[in-house]
Design a binder for this molecule. Structure first.
Ligand SMILES: NC(=O)c1ccc[n+]([C@@H]2O[C@H](COP(=O)([O-])OP(=O)(O)OC[C@H]3O[C@@H](n4cnc5c(N)ncnc54)[C@H](OP(=O)(O)O)[C@@H]3O)[C@@H](O)[C@H]2O)c1
Length: 343
């Protein structure tokens, strides 16, 4: 009798605890942030920014992998819902012919990210390099991630500029298009053209380049609907962009480094830096490889530019070593907050 009374009591307690748990879960579900990760195939842009405050809160609380660098797979999940490779080939200063070859070699060597721009005048060459690699069976269109940029003089005619880039690249869609520079007079209008192109399926993700002040970035974000997936700024060990990277992280926006090696004419300054050179020697790697590995471990997507087949292969050979915390600290300490470019 006593035993069955105890059993009944335990049963009642268990049932009431289960009921409380269910209530708590129901409450949790109600307060679950609006922004939840969707499968990669399905972009989440439509849920990205309805109202600014809800949006910011949602991104801060969202239990997603947005912005987390996966160095094993070499990708990051953007706030647009698309995966982006962490290391790519840059095409600044390359002729159409050079761009075609660099893109082709890069795709053959395992790169899946390509960066070009309308103003580089080589979108046609980039498109040819992509087509060659596809034709030879190295990649499919779906496996690669193509970025181009809208130049400032096109900002008043953004819709036409997007169509023209698609045409020159010979693609049905562009994975990421970014505004090349901040231009308060009409960059909101240009960004809205990119938003329309996302709706139309012409662009998958959209972002910004050369916004160096948090207030300037916020100005654009506040006036538009889709939160930028990415910010591409000059970033290297002497200009580590720490403040901007922290600022944009609250939006789930990731940083991409241009001039990752310092840029043409400046690379030797970084390659010969004592800290970089000694870490490179310790790993049996080149200074370029250590700098690129630093970018990835620091949370910067990197797009080293090159027209040299051997350099392109070398720059991708950075997934077989890791910089220690101490080495990362040493590299953080050489930041001078100094840019090489003046634009
Ligand atoms: N958003 C913007 O405003 C903006 C501005 C500038 C650049 N970008 C983008 O960012 C990309 C990267 O910038 P970047 O190309 O100007 O500069 P970078 O990648 O920092 O440096 C390119 C220079 O590094 C050399 N290099 C590359 N790999 C090397 C290696 N392993 N060993 C020795 N030298 C090596 C290249 O020469 P070789 O050709 O001989 O390899 C070239 O002279 C550009 O290509 C472009 O796509 C964007």
């Amino acid at each position: 009798m006593k035993n069955s009374l105890i059993t009944v009591l335990i049963l009642i307690m268990t049932l009431s605890m289960a009921a409380c748990g269910a209530q708590a879960n129901a409450k949790q579900e109600q307060t679950e942030p609006a922004l939840t990760p969707k499968p990669l195939e399905s972009p989440i842009v439509e849920s990205v920014k309805n109202e600014e405050e809800t949006e910011k809160m949602a991104i801060e609380e969202a239990p997603t992998d947005v912005g987390r660098f996966d160095l094993e797979k070499g990708v990051v999940l953007l706030n647009s819902g698309y995966e982006m490779p962490l290391l790519g080939i840059g095409c600044f200063m390359l002729s159409n012919e050079q761009a075609e070859n660099s893109v082709y070699w890069a795709l053959r060597d395992g790169y899946r990210l390509i960066d070009t721009a309308r103003i580089y005048g080589n979108e046609v060459g980039v498109g040819r390099g992509i087509q060659r690699a596809i034709n030879e069976g190295f990649v499919t269109r779906e496996e690669i991630f193509v970025t181009t940029k809208m130049w400032t003089s096109d900002f008043d005619n953004g819709d036409a500029a997007i169509d023209a880039s698609l045409d020159r690249l010979g693609l049905d869609y562009i994975d990421l298009m970014i505004l090349h520079h901040s231009q308060p007079r009409n960059d909101v209008q240009a960004y809205q053209a990119m938003e329309r192109a996302v709706e139309a399926g012409k662009l998958h993700s959209i972002g910004l380049s050369n916004y160096y002040e948090p207030e300037d970035f916020d100005r654009l974000v506040t006036a538009t609907s889709i939160v930028p997936a990415l910010l591409q700024n000059e970033t290297h060990p002497y200009h580590q962009s720490t403040e901007m990277k922290e600022h944009i992280a609250q939006y789930g926006t990731v940083l991409e480094s241009w001039f990752p090696l310092g840029g043409r004419g400046n690379t030797q300054i970084l390659f010969n830096d004592d800290t970089i050179a000694s870490i490179a020697a310790a790993h049996g790697k080149t200074s370029a490889q250590v700098i690129l590995r630093w970018h990835l471990q620091a949370g910067n997507i990197a797009i080293p530019g090159s027209s040299n087949e051997a350099h392109i292969a070398e720059n991708f050979d950075i997934f077989d070593f890791t910089l220690s915390d101490g080495e990362m600290d040493e590299l953080t300490a050489i930041d001078r907050d100094e840019r090489f470019a003046d634009y």
